[in-house]
Design a protein around this ligand. Structure first.
Ligand code: ADP
Ligand code: MG
Ligand code: MG
Length: 478
């Protein structure tokens, strides 16, 4: 799995390819705002992407895709299990303000009969390829889950546009391939499909779909592709984009529990903001509560956001826990086999032991807080320093330890706006999109909608395209 190319490419050819690829990207909306400054809101630069697609074995895509409908269902079941959530968040909410604020909203709405009971999830389950220790069937790699995203799962729009770009680049260099090797992949069709289905279930043709967005979003094209796909699927649906501050000014929950913005009744809320403490202040938490209390269908509702926490992932990996949610032994094995080693840092003997283990060989672990969006984890010296400082502090319970996965490196070129082209050893993360609608009793919708490959240089610990660490990529099936 070196690279997808059969021949060497000269430096001059590479520079020309880079320009061709960038122009294609800009011509097809593979773009982002250069910054959140007001003065940049009429500008676009290309999103970071790889020059070539990255080789991925067919069985890996298959395994990850096949498991997704079961992951969707699993996370829904976890989100419905009040007792389990109470137990799981007990220690974290004592130390982590952000999770406690989410939790307080959850406690206010979980048995509120007037709040909407249908849940909508647009999920992305992220994996890395680990080397198989022993293989009977010649397979060299297996998928290990990095994390399950239950809020603002992004890049379903941009990734679809990257396939034709990668085919174009391969054609320019005269590489032989079939379209099946760089397969079509349009996650937004399924993601928009979920939002449209939820809107239909809300059953009011005049209701709008509300995108809750950040101020001056940089990842605007990705969001717009989803918006336009909804429009393509059903022209009756009006999508409106508002920040939390807009909602504070113009939104209200009426006595019938309808959420109204100016004159519009909101049928479906889709959060592309709200996963980070910086989105909130006391008044904004109140706005979030009102949305949760409303009859509008949320993506995600607060319980779905909570189950995306790293703490839940760590607890699900503990012996005997997955059994509570999955009885079918085949599905159980399929899901369990993707779990990497994960360790609690709760105060107590077990947590003490785990802490010592990580301090002793920090290079084998990743330290994760209950955060989203990239850039929050700790590694190596920073991990050691943090753990030593917090050895006797309850704060450590807000973090989990995860075994570090070391995927095989592959050669590629990351194209980032304003940076020179460098041949790099890269590693990739494969995300699978899923969409789910259900309530306590029923599963109404459960689909798998495609994939995302993100690639970064092998010397980068963190991930995340928006956070500036990686680029979008597409698989070259081998
Ligand atoms: P976030 O919700 O902030 O994206 P992640 O758990 O996905 O948090 O971690 C961010 C990045 O850190 C990942 O995209 C990946 O590159 C790296 N990472 C996370 N966990 C591991 C792990 N167990 N092994 C190797 N790298 C990891
Ligand atoms: Mg995440
Ligand atoms: Mg992530």
């Amino acid at each position: 799995m070196e690279s997808c190319l059969e021949r060497k490419i000269s430096d001059a050819e590479l520079e020309e390819l880079k320009i061709n690829a960038i122009d294609w990207a800009l011509a097809h909306g593979i773009g982002m705002r250069p910054s959140v400054d007001d003065s940049d809101q009429d500008k676009l630069v290309h999103a970071p992407f790889t020059l070539f697609p990255t080789p991925v074995p067919q069985y890996i895509i298959q395994q990850a895709t096949q498991s997704m409908a079961y992951f969707n269902r699993l996370m829904h079941r976890v989100a419905m299990d009040h007792q389990f959530l109470v137990e799981s968040f007990k220690s974290v909410i004592q130390t982590d303000d952000f999770t406690r604020n989410l939790w307080n909203i959850y406690m206010k709405v979980h048995d509120d009969e007037k709040a909407q009971k249908l849940c909508l999830g647009l999920f992305r389950n992220d994996f890395m390829l680990d080397k198989v220790k022993e293989s009977n069937d010649g397979r060299k790699f297996e998928i290990k889950q990095i994390e399950f995203n239950s809020i603002a799962s992004s890049f379903g729009g941009l990734t679809a546009e990257l396939i034709p770009l990668h085919r174009y680049v391969l054609d320019l260099v005269g590489q032989n391939y079939t379209d099946k090797q760089v397969p079509d992949n349009r996650p937004i069709e399924g993601l928009a499909g979920g939002l449209v289905r939820a809107w239909e279930l809300y059953d009011n043709k005049h209701a709008v779909v509300l995108f809750v967005v950040g101020v001056n979003e940089m990842n605007i094209m990705d969001q717009r592709f989803l918006d336009y796909e909804i429009y393509k699927q059903n022209k009756q649906i009006k999508v409106i984009r508002k920040t939390f501050n807009d909602l504070l000014k113009y939104g209200k929950l009426n006595e019938d529990r309808k959420y109204i913005i100016s004159e519009d009744e909101v049928g479906v809320v889709y959060y592309r903001a709200g996963y980070s403490p910086t989105s909130y202040n006391e008044k904004i938490w109140q706005v979030r509560l009102e949305l949760e209390q409303g009859s509008c269908i949320k993506c995600p509702p607060i319980n779905y956001q909570l189950v995306g926490a790293k703490k839940i992932q760590q607890i699900l990996a503990e012996p005997g826990v997955l059994d509570r949610f999955i009885k079918d032994p085949v599905v159980f094995d399929m899901i369990k086999s993707t779990f990497a080693g994960q360790y609690s840092l709760d105060i107590g003997k077990e947590g003490d032991k785990n802490l010592k283990m990580a301090v002793k060989s920090p290079n084998n672990y990743v330290l994760k807080p209950q955060r989203e969006g990239g850039g929050h984890n700790m590694y190596d010296d920073e991990l050691v320093e943090f753990l030593k400082q917090h050895e006797n502090s309850a704060e450590r319970a807000g973090y989990i330890l995860m075994e570090k996965i070391r995927p095989q490196t592959q050669t590629n070129y990351l194209i980032k706006a304003g940076t020179p082209l460098v041949k790099s050893k890269c590693i990739s993360e494969l995300g699978i999109y899923g969409c789910y609608i259900g309530n306590e009793k029923e599963e109404l919708y459960n689909t798998v909608c495609g994939h995302l490959l993100r690639t970064k240089t092998a010397d980068t610990n963190e991930g995340g395209v928006c956070a500036g660490f990686s680029g979008i990529d597409s698989p070259f099936i081998i």
